[in-house]
Design a protein around this ligand. Structure first.
Ligand code: C2E
Ligand code: MG
Ligand code: MG
Ligand code: MG
Length: 291
C-alpha cells in the first residue's frame, strides 16, 4: 500500500516538475533579453545612521536593488531571477549593467551619498571583478570611497584564498566591502577575523524577532560588540518598527535599513535626499560629474 502511494506521488508530481523546468527555461530565455529590452531597473533603499527616531536617523546612502519588469508576468522578484542568472552565467553581463547603472546614478547626485551594490557569488568568483569595478569607477567618475560592495559569505566558502586575494585587491581600489545577511548562513567567526570587511549587515531574521524573542536581542547585541571589536561598522537590515529602531540605536548599532525608514523605490522618490529638486539640477550635476 505504501509502495502504491509513493508510486502514485511520483506520477502526480512529475508533470509539475516538468512544468517547473519548462517555466525556468522560458524565464531564462526571457532573462537573456531583459537587459537589451530595458526591462531591468534599480530601486534604491535608504540606509541611515541610527537615531532614536526616524527624524534623528540621518540618511547616509542607498542600497541598489535590481528589479525585473517582465512584459507578460509583470514584476519578477530578484529572489527568483538572480539565482537563475547565477546558474546560467547571465549574472556576469547583468552584474556589469547593475554596477554601471548604480555608479552612474550615484555619481549624478548633488549630495555625495554612499551607494551599496550587491555582488553575487558567480560575479565575484568567476568574472574579473577587480578590473570591472576599477573601469566602472573611472568611466562614471564615482569616487571609490562612495562605493560599497555587498557580498554574502557563500562567496568566500567556495575558495578562501581567492576570496581573500580579491577582497584585498578591491579594497586597494578604495571601495568598501560589507558582509551581507550576516548570521543567515554558515557565517563563521573565523571569516570575520580573516576577511577585511568594513561593515557587517545583520540579517533581517534577527531584527524581525527583536522584542519577540530574547535570543535575537542577545545575538544582535553580541554581533554589534563583536563587529566593533574588529573595527567594523554594523548595519541592521529589515528594520520595520519604532521599537526595533530604538533598540538598535540604544545598543550602538551604527546604521539601519528597512521599510520603517524607507522602502526600495525608483530614485525619483528620493530626489530630495540626494539633493535633487529640479530636472535642471540633474543636468548640471551630470555635466559636472562627466567634466
Ligand atoms: P539583500 O541584499 O539582503 O537585500 C535586502 C532585501 O530585503 C531586499 O529584497 C529588500 O527589498 C528587502 N527589505 C529591505 N527592508 C526590508 C524590511 O523592512 N522588511 C522586509 N520584509 N524586507 C526588507 P529584494 O530587493 O527582494 O532583494 C532580495 C535579494 O536579492 C537581495 O537581498 C540580494 O541578495 C538579491 N539582489 C537584489 N538586487 C541584486 C543585485 O543587483 N545584484 C545581486 N547580485 N543580487 C541582488
Ligand atoms: Mg544587500
Ligand atoms: Mg541583506
Ligand atoms: Mg537578504
Amino acid at each position: 500500500r505504501a509502495k502504491q502511494k509513493s508510486r502514485g506521488s511520483i506520477s502526480i508530481f512529475a508533470p509539475e516538475m516538468d512544468q517547473q523546468i519548462r517555466d525556468r527555461r522560458v524565464l531564462h530565455q526571457d532573462l537573456s533579453m531583459a537587459i537589451r529590452n530595458g526591462e531591468l531597473s534599480l530601486h534604491y533603499q535608504p540606509q541611515a545612521a541610527s537615531g532614536a527616531t526616524i527624524a534623528a536617523s540621518k540618511v547616509i546612502g542607498f542600497e541598489a536593488l535590481a528589479r525585473w519588469m517582465h512584459p507578460m508576468r509583470g514584476f519578477v522578484s530578484p529572489g527568483e531571477f538572480i539565482p537563475l542568472a547565477e546558474e546560467s552565467g547571465l549574472i556576469v553581463e547583468m552584474g556589469v549593467w547593475i554596477l554601471r547603472e548604480a555608479c552612474r546614478e550615484a555619481a549624478s547626485w548633488p549630495v555625495p551619498m554612499q551607494i551599496a551594490v550587491n555582488l553575487s557569488p558567480a560575479q565575484f568568483m568567476h568574472g574579473d571583478v577587480v578590473s570591472l569595478v576599477h573601469s566602472i569607477l573611472l568611466e562614471t567618475g564615482l569616487a571609490p570611497d562612495r562605493l560599497e560592495l555587498e557580498i554574502t559569505e557563500g562567496v568566500l566558502i567556495e575558495d578562501f584564498d581567492r576570496g581573500l586575494a580579491l577582497l584585498r585587491r578591491l579594497k586597494a581600489l578604495g571601495v568598501r566591502i560589507s558582509m551581507d545577511d550576516f548570521g543567515s548562513g554558515y557565517s563563521s567567526l573565523s571569516y570575520l577575523q580573516a576577511f577585511p570587511f568594513d561593515k557587517i549587515k545583520i540579517d533581517r531574521a534577527f531584527v524581525m524577532n527583536l522584542g519577540r524573542n530574547p535570543q535575537s536581542a542577545a545575538i544582535v547585541r553580541a554581533v554589534i560588540d563583536l563587529g566593533h571589536g574588529l573595527e567594523m561598522s554594523i548595519v541592521a537590515e529589515g528594520v520595520e518598527t519604532q521599537e526595533q529602531l530604538s533598540f538598535l540605536s540604544d545598543e550602538g548599532c551604527d546604521a539601519v535599513q528597512g521599510y520603517f525608514l524607507g522602502k526600495p523605490q525608483p530614485i525619483g522618490h528620493y530626489d530630495a535626499l540626494v539633493g535633487r529638486s529640479a530636472a535642471k539640477g540633474v543636468e548640471s550635476e551630470r555635466k559636472l560629474a562627466s567634466a
